[in-house]
Design a protein around this ligand. Sequence first.
Ligand SMILES: [Zn+2]
Length: 137
Amino acid sequence: MDASECRYCQDTVDWAEKVADLSASTLYLTKDQSNKGRCILAVKGHHGEPFQLPDQEWAAFSADLRRAAKALNSAFKPDKINYGAYGDTYPHFHFHIVPKYRGGKSWGGPFDMNLAPQRTVPDAEFESIIAEIKKYL
Ligand SMILES: [Zn+2]
């Protein structure tokens, strides 16, 4: 897959909606909100592996990751945040940032991929989650 076929590069992601452009990445809220506040942070530019980024971009991406996770922590007070980077079938480097809640969805184990094509919460709730994240970014 090259950039012309990549939904992150073509801005046609349909499993998540943009929250904000950060310095070296774009933050999305996944349409599946079975873990409230679940996001994807995708690097700007079509890079499959972290080592393909220039050092300064990797440093900026790392700072964006911390910034996004801190915002989720402030907004939703999860018991833990999980991070996942896979990309076997989607080689545009991104982290899944998944707030976990004690006793909630997939607590104590790996999170489900669950990339739903539709919002799993009402529109007003989805919009309020985005607003809460933006408040702390
Ligand atoms: Zn891409």
